[in-house]
Design a protein around this ligand. Structure first.
Ligand code: SAH
Length: 339
Protein backbone atom coordinates (compact mmCIF):
# COMPACT_ATOMS: atom_id res chain seq x y z
CA UNK A 1 0.00 0.00 0.00
CA UNK A 2 1.16 3.49 -0.70
CA UNK A 3 -1.15 5.82 0.94
CA UNK A 4 -1.49 6.27 4.60
CA UNK A 5 1.92 5.00 5.39
CA UNK A 6 2.09 7.35 8.32
CA UNK A 7 4.96 9.12 6.61
CA UNK A 8 5.69 12.77 7.10
CA UNK A 9 6.53 15.04 4.19
CA UNK A 10 10.25 14.78 4.94
CA UNK A 11 10.14 10.99 5.02
CA UNK A 12 8.21 10.90 1.76
CA UNK A 13 10.77 13.12 0.11
CA UNK A 14 13.66 10.90 1.04
CA UNK A 15 11.93 7.62 0.39
CA UNK A 16 10.58 8.65 -2.99
CA UNK A 17 13.58 10.70 -3.93
CA UNK A 18 11.23 13.51 -4.84
CA UNK A 19 12.24 16.79 -6.26
CA UNK A 20 11.49 19.61 -6.35
CA UNK A 21 10.50 19.58 -2.66
CA UNK A 22 7.04 20.94 -3.34
CA UNK A 23 6.24 17.62 -5.02
CA UNK A 24 6.54 15.90 -1.66
CA UNK A 25 4.06 18.37 -0.17
CA UNK A 26 1.71 17.83 -3.09
CA UNK A 27 1.96 14.09 -2.70
CA UNK A 28 1.41 14.36 1.04
CA UNK A 29 -1.64 16.55 0.53
CA UNK A 30 -3.12 14.21 -2.06
CA UNK A 31 -2.49 11.08 -0.04
CA UNK A 32 -4.18 12.45 3.04
CA UNK A 33 -7.02 14.14 1.16
CA UNK A 34 -9.07 11.02 1.71
CA UNK A 35 -9.43 10.05 -1.92
CA UNK A 36 -9.47 6.40 -2.83
CA UNK A 37 -8.24 7.01 -6.35
CA UNK A 38 -4.82 8.01 -7.62
CA UNK A 39 -6.52 9.38 -10.75
CA UNK A 40 -7.93 12.18 -8.59
CA UNK A 41 -4.43 13.46 -7.96
CA UNK A 42 -4.35 15.56 -11.08
CA UNK A 43 -1.66 17.89 -9.75
CA UNK A 44 0.92 15.10 -9.81
CA UNK A 45 2.86 14.20 -12.96
CA UNK A 46 1.59 11.14 -14.75
CA UNK A 47 4.79 9.19 -14.13
CA UNK A 48 4.45 9.66 -10.39
CA UNK A 49 0.79 8.68 -10.51
CA UNK A 50 1.66 5.50 -12.36
CA UNK A 51 4.31 4.72 -9.83
CA UNK A 52 1.74 5.21 -7.08
CA UNK A 53 -0.73 2.90 -8.76
CA UNK A 54 1.82 0.13 -8.90
CA UNK A 55 2.30 0.36 -5.18
CA UNK A 56 -1.30 -0.47 -4.36
CA UNK A 57 -4.40 1.14 -2.99
CA UNK A 58 -4.58 4.31 -0.95
CA UNK A 59 -6.90 3.35 1.86
CA UNK A 60 -6.57 -0.20 3.11
CA UNK A 61 -9.53 -0.55 5.43
CA UNK A 62 -13.00 -1.64 4.53
CA UNK A 63 -16.08 -0.16 6.20
CA UNK A 64 -17.87 -3.27 7.41
CA UNK A 65 -20.75 -1.51 9.12
CA UNK A 66 -22.04 1.96 9.57
CA UNK A 67 -24.66 2.95 12.10
CA UNK A 68 -26.26 6.26 12.94
CA UNK A 69 -27.77 6.83 16.36
CA UNK A 70 -30.99 8.72 16.96
CA UNK A 71 -28.83 11.42 18.59
CA UNK A 72 -26.73 11.81 15.43
CA UNK A 73 -23.72 9.82 16.63
CA UNK A 74 -22.09 7.93 13.77
CA UNK A 75 -20.25 4.66 14.34
CA UNK A 76 -18.23 2.79 11.76
CA UNK A 77 -16.70 -0.65 12.01
CA UNK A 78 -13.45 -0.90 10.04
CA UNK A 79 -11.59 -4.00 8.95
CA UNK A 80 -7.93 -3.92 7.97
CA UNK A 81 -6.41 -6.45 5.57
CA UNK A 82 -5.16 -8.67 8.40
CA UNK A 83 -8.77 -8.98 9.62
CA UNK A 84 -8.18 -6.61 12.53
CA UNK A 85 -11.50 -4.96 13.33
CA UNK A 86 -11.92 -1.65 15.13
CA UNK A 87 -14.65 0.87 15.77
CA UNK A 88 -14.64 4.63 15.38
CA UNK A 89 -17.27 7.12 16.43
CA UNK A 90 -18.17 10.74 15.60
CA UNK A 91 -20.40 12.66 17.97
CA UNK A 92 -21.51 16.16 18.88
CA UNK A 93 -20.37 17.22 22.33
CA UNK A 94 -22.24 19.47 24.76
CA UNK A 95 -20.17 22.37 23.46
CA UNK A 96 -21.51 21.70 19.97
CA UNK A 97 -18.21 20.36 18.65
CA UNK A 98 -18.13 17.55 16.17
CA UNK A 99 -15.59 15.20 17.67
CA UNK A 100 -14.07 11.96 16.41
CA UNK A 101 -13.42 9.30 19.01
CA UNK A 102 -10.52 7.26 17.63
CA UNK A 103 -9.20 3.83 18.60
CA UNK A 104 -5.48 3.38 19.13
CA UNK A 105 -5.29 -0.39 19.47
CA UNK A 106 -7.15 -3.43 18.20
CA UNK A 107 -8.70 -4.48 21.50
CA UNK A 108 -7.09 -3.56 24.79
CA UNK A 109 -4.79 -5.22 27.30
CA UNK A 110 -5.71 -3.18 30.34
CA UNK A 111 -8.53 -5.41 31.55
CA UNK A 112 -10.81 -2.77 33.15
CA UNK A 113 -13.67 -4.78 34.61
CA UNK A 114 -16.45 -2.42 33.51
CA UNK A 115 -15.38 -2.01 29.88
CA UNK A 116 -16.57 -4.08 26.94
CA UNK A 117 -13.40 -3.50 24.91
CA UNK A 118 -11.39 -5.25 27.62
CA UNK A 119 -13.25 -8.54 27.21
CA UNK A 120 -11.49 -9.54 24.00
CA UNK A 121 -7.95 -8.65 25.13
CA UNK A 122 -5.36 -6.98 22.94
CA UNK A 123 -4.80 -8.10 19.35
CA UNK A 124 -2.27 -5.49 18.26
CA UNK A 125 -1.37 -1.81 18.13
CA UNK A 126 -2.64 0.37 15.34
CA UNK A 127 0.00 2.11 13.23
CA UNK A 128 0.02 5.88 12.81
CA UNK A 129 -1.18 5.34 9.25
CA UNK A 130 -4.14 3.29 10.42
CA UNK A 131 -5.05 5.88 13.04
CA UNK A 132 -5.04 8.62 10.39
CA UNK A 133 -7.06 6.35 8.12
CA UNK A 134 -9.67 5.97 10.87
CA UNK A 135 -9.99 9.73 10.93
CA UNK A 136 -10.33 9.93 7.16
CA UNK A 137 -12.93 7.16 7.06
CA UNK A 138 -15.10 8.68 9.78
CA UNK A 139 -14.83 12.09 8.11
CA UNK A 140 -16.00 10.54 4.83
CA UNK A 141 -19.17 9.35 6.57
CA UNK A 142 -19.68 12.21 8.97
CA UNK A 143 -18.44 15.39 7.31
CA UNK A 144 -16.07 17.91 8.92
CA UNK A 145 -14.56 17.10 12.30
CA UNK A 146 -13.07 19.74 14.58
CA UNK A 147 -11.80 17.75 17.57
CA UNK A 148 -10.28 14.35 18.29
CA UNK A 149 -10.38 12.30 21.45
CA UNK A 150 -8.31 9.14 21.74
CA UNK A 151 -11.02 7.44 23.75
CA UNK A 152 -11.97 4.60 21.45
CA UNK A 153 -10.61 1.08 21.76
CA UNK A 154 -7.25 0.64 23.42
CA UNK A 155 -4.85 2.47 25.71
CA UNK A 156 -3.15 5.33 23.81
CA UNK A 157 -0.22 5.57 26.22
CA UNK A 158 0.67 1.95 25.46
CA UNK A 159 1.06 2.96 21.80
CA UNK A 160 2.39 6.46 22.28
CA UNK A 161 4.94 6.55 19.44
CA UNK A 162 2.32 5.79 16.81
CA UNK A 163 -0.25 8.09 18.45
CA UNK A 164 2.25 10.97 18.42
CA UNK A 165 3.14 10.36 14.82
CA UNK A 166 -0.54 10.28 13.88
CA UNK A 167 -1.12 13.54 15.79
CA UNK A 168 1.74 15.15 13.83
CA UNK A 169 0.12 14.16 10.54
CA UNK A 170 -3.42 15.05 11.61
CA UNK A 171 -2.24 18.51 12.65
CA UNK A 172 -0.23 19.14 9.48
CA UNK A 173 -1.80 22.01 7.61
CA UNK A 174 -1.86 19.99 4.40
CA UNK A 175 -3.49 16.98 6.02
CA UNK A 176 -6.31 17.64 8.45
CA UNK A 177 -5.04 20.91 9.86
CA UNK A 178 -6.29 20.25 13.38
CA UNK A 179 -4.96 22.27 16.31
CA UNK A 180 -2.90 20.17 18.72
CA UNK A 181 -5.00 21.64 21.49
CA UNK A 182 -8.07 20.13 19.93
CA UNK A 183 -6.76 16.65 20.56
CA UNK A 184 -7.24 14.79 23.83
CA UNK A 185 -5.49 11.64 24.93
CA UNK A 186 -7.26 9.59 27.58
CA UNK A 187 -5.39 7.12 29.76
CA UNK A 188 -6.35 4.61 32.40
CA UNK A 189 -3.22 5.72 34.28
CA UNK A 190 -0.13 4.38 32.54
CA UNK A 191 2.41 6.33 34.57
CA UNK A 192 5.51 6.03 32.30
CA UNK A 193 3.43 7.42 29.39
CA UNK A 194 2.26 10.38 31.50
CA UNK A 195 5.84 11.10 32.54
CA UNK A 196 6.91 10.98 28.91
CA UNK A 197 4.13 13.41 27.95
CA UNK A 198 5.40 15.72 30.71
CA UNK A 199 9.09 15.44 29.82
CA UNK A 200 8.52 15.91 26.10
CA UNK A 201 5.93 18.62 26.79
CA UNK A 202 3.43 17.01 24.46
CA UNK A 203 0.74 19.51 23.55
CA UNK A 204 -2.25 17.18 23.51
CA UNK A 205 -4.76 17.53 26.34
CA UNK A 206 -4.71 14.82 28.96
CA UNK A 207 -7.71 13.02 30.42
CA UNK A 208 -7.39 10.35 33.08
CA UNK A 209 -9.93 7.64 33.75
CA UNK A 210 -9.96 7.77 37.53
CA UNK A 211 -13.22 5.94 38.19
CA UNK A 212 -12.54 5.18 41.83
CA UNK A 213 -10.67 7.43 44.23
CA UNK A 214 -9.18 4.86 46.60
CA UNK A 215 -6.69 2.12 45.87
CA UNK A 216 -8.81 -0.75 47.04
CA UNK A 217 -11.79 0.00 44.82
CA UNK A 218 -9.68 1.20 41.92
CA UNK A 219 -7.61 -1.98 41.90
CA UNK A 220 -10.81 -4.01 41.89
CA UNK A 221 -12.00 -2.15 38.81
CA UNK A 222 -8.73 -1.49 37.02
CA UNK A 223 -5.77 -3.89 37.18
CA UNK A 224 -3.47 -1.03 36.09
CA UNK A 225 -3.88 0.41 39.59
CA UNK A 226 -1.96 -2.50 41.09
CA UNK A 227 1.03 -1.53 39.02
CA UNK A 228 0.63 2.22 39.31
CA UNK A 229 -1.37 3.02 42.47
CA UNK A 230 -3.04 6.38 43.04
CA UNK A 231 -0.09 8.01 44.83
CA UNK A 232 2.22 7.27 41.92
CA UNK A 233 -0.42 8.33 39.40
CA UNK A 234 -0.90 11.62 41.23
CA UNK A 235 2.83 12.33 41.30
CA UNK A 236 3.08 11.79 37.53
CA UNK A 237 0.00 13.94 36.85
CA UNK A 238 1.33 16.80 38.97
CA UNK A 239 4.59 16.59 37.04
CA UNK A 240 2.62 16.80 33.80
CA UNK A 241 0.58 19.71 35.11
CA UNK A 242 3.68 21.60 36.16
CA UNK A 243 5.64 21.04 32.98
CA UNK A 244 2.86 21.42 30.42
CA UNK A 245 0.72 23.88 32.35
CA UNK A 246 -2.58 22.48 31.23
CA UNK A 247 -5.54 21.46 33.29
CA UNK A 248 -6.32 17.79 33.52
CA UNK A 249 -9.72 16.21 33.05
CA UNK A 250 -10.67 13.26 35.23
CA UNK A 251 -13.20 10.76 33.96
CA UNK A 252 -15.31 9.06 36.55
CA UNK A 253 -17.51 6.18 35.45
CA UNK A 254 -20.34 6.13 37.96
CA UNK A 255 -21.42 2.62 38.91
CA UNK A 256 -24.52 2.10 41.00
CA UNK A 257 -23.66 1.48 44.66
CA UNK A 258 -20.01 0.90 43.89
CA UNK A 259 -18.40 4.31 43.71
CA UNK A 260 -21.28 6.71 44.29
CA UNK A 261 -21.24 7.24 48.06
CA UNK A 262 -20.43 10.26 50.21
CA UNK A 263 -17.21 8.51 51.27
CA UNK A 264 -16.19 8.15 47.61
CA UNK A 265 -16.65 11.90 47.18
CA UNK A 266 -14.47 12.60 50.20
CA UNK A 267 -11.74 10.43 48.72
CA UNK A 268 -12.19 12.14 45.37
CA UNK A 269 -11.78 15.54 47.02
CA UNK A 270 -8.58 14.38 48.67
CA UNK A 271 -7.18 13.03 45.42
CA UNK A 272 -7.98 16.22 43.51
CA UNK A 273 -6.29 18.42 46.07
CA UNK A 274 -3.23 20.04 44.45
CA UNK A 275 -4.53 19.99 40.88
CA UNK A 276 -5.17 23.25 39.12
CA UNK A 277 -8.89 23.64 38.28
CA UNK A 278 -9.50 19.93 37.87
CA UNK A 279 -12.59 19.00 35.93
CA UNK A 280 -14.39 15.75 36.63
CA UNK A 281 -16.33 14.31 33.76
CA UNK A 282 -18.98 12.00 35.17
CA UNK A 283 -20.00 9.09 32.92
CA UNK A 284 -22.92 7.01 34.18
CA UNK A 285 -21.89 3.43 33.44
CA UNK A 286 -23.12 2.26 30.03
CA UNK A 287 -24.49 -1.23 30.19
CA UNK A 288 -22.76 -3.91 28.22
CA UNK A 289 -23.84 -7.53 28.13
CA UNK A 290 -21.73 -9.98 30.13
CA UNK A 291 -20.76 -7.36 32.71
CA UNK A 292 -22.57 -7.33 36.00
CA UNK A 293 -22.48 -3.72 37.06
CA UNK A 294 -25.52 -1.54 37.25
CA UNK A 295 -26.11 1.91 35.79
CA UNK A 296 -27.07 4.45 38.43
CA UNK A 297 -30.58 5.92 38.23
CA UNK A 298 -30.97 9.52 37.14
CA UNK A 299 -31.77 10.38 40.74
CA UNK A 300 -28.57 8.87 42.09
CA UNK A 301 -26.52 10.64 39.43
CA UNK A 302 -28.11 13.95 40.39
CA UNK A 303 -27.54 13.33 44.07
CA UNK A 304 -23.89 12.52 43.47
CA UNK A 305 -23.43 15.65 41.39
CA UNK A 306 -25.16 17.87 43.95
CA UNK A 307 -23.02 16.46 46.74
CA UNK A 308 -19.90 16.99 44.59
CA UNK A 309 -20.88 20.60 43.94
CA UNK A 310 -21.37 21.13 47.68
CA UNK A 311 -17.77 19.98 48.16
CA UNK A 312 -16.55 22.41 45.54
CA UNK A 313 -15.77 19.76 42.91
CA UNK A 314 -16.14 20.98 39.34
CA UNK A 315 -18.13 18.13 37.78
CA UNK A 316 -19.90 17.86 34.44
CA UNK A 317 -22.12 15.08 33.23
CA UNK A 318 -21.10 13.38 30.02
CA UNK A 319 -24.36 12.54 28.42
CA UNK A 320 -23.94 9.17 26.82
CA UNK A 321 -24.27 9.43 23.12
CA UNK A 322 -24.71 6.58 20.73
CA UNK A 323 -25.88 4.09 23.38
CA UNK A 324 -28.51 2.74 20.98
CA UNK A 325 -25.81 1.79 18.46
CA UNK A 326 -23.34 0.54 21.08
CA UNK A 327 -21.14 3.48 20.30
CA UNK A 328 -20.97 5.01 23.78
CA UNK A 329 -18.01 4.95 26.19
CA UNK A 330 -16.87 1.44 26.95
CA UNK A 331 -19.19 -0.19 24.43
CA UNK A 332 -16.78 -0.50 21.52
CA UNK A 333 -15.97 -4.12 21.00
CA UNK A 334 -14.53 -4.33 17.50
CA UNK A 335 -16.70 -7.25 16.53
CA UNK A 336 -16.95 -7.98 12.84
CA UNK A 337 -20.54 -8.88 13.50
CA UNK A 338 -21.23 -5.69 15.44
CA UNK A 339 -24.75 -4.57 14.86
N1 SAH B 1 -7.79 3.37 27.79
C1 SAH B 1 -8.11 4.76 27.81
C2 SAH B 1 -8.92 5.14 26.62
C3 SAH B 1 -10.31 4.53 26.56
S1 SAH B 1 -11.38 5.79 26.92
C4 SAH B 1 -8.76 5.12 29.12
O1 SAH B 1 -9.03 4.24 29.93
O2 SAH B 1 -8.92 6.31 29.39
C5 SAH B 1 -12.77 5.01 27.40
C6 SAH B 1 -13.45 5.79 28.51
O3 SAH B 1 -14.71 5.17 28.72
C7 SAH B 1 -12.70 5.69 29.82
O4 SAH B 1 -12.80 6.89 30.53
C8 SAH B 1 -13.43 4.59 30.56
O5 SAH B 1 -13.29 4.73 31.94
C9 SAH B 1 -14.82 4.78 30.06
N2 SAH B 1 -15.63 3.56 30.06
C10 SAH B 1 -15.23 2.30 29.82
N3 SAH B 1 -16.27 1.45 29.91
C11 SAH B 1 -17.36 2.19 30.19
C12 SAH B 1 -18.73 1.89 30.36
N4 SAH B 1 -19.20 0.65 30.24
N5 SAH B 1 -19.56 2.91 30.64
C13 SAH B 1 -19.11 4.19 30.72
N6 SAH B 1 -17.83 4.53 30.54
C14 SAH B 1 -16.96 3.54 30.28
Amino acid sequence: MIGLTGKTVEELMTEWNLSPPFRARQLFKDIYSGTDSVDDMSDLPKSLRNELKEKGTLLTSEILKERISCDGTVKIVLRFPDDAVIETVALTTDKGRRTACLSTQVGCAMGCRFCHTALGGLKRNLTAAEIVEEFIRIRQKNGPISHIVFMGMGEPLCNLDEVCKAVGILCDKDCCNLGKRKITVSTCGVVPGIIRMAEEKMPMKLAVSLNAPDNEKRSQLMPVNRKYPLEELKRALLLYQDSVGRRITFEYVLIDRFNDSEKDLENLCRFLHGFHLPLVNLIPWNPTPALEFKSPSGNRVRRFMDAAAAKGINMTLRRSRGRDIEGACGQLAGKAAAR
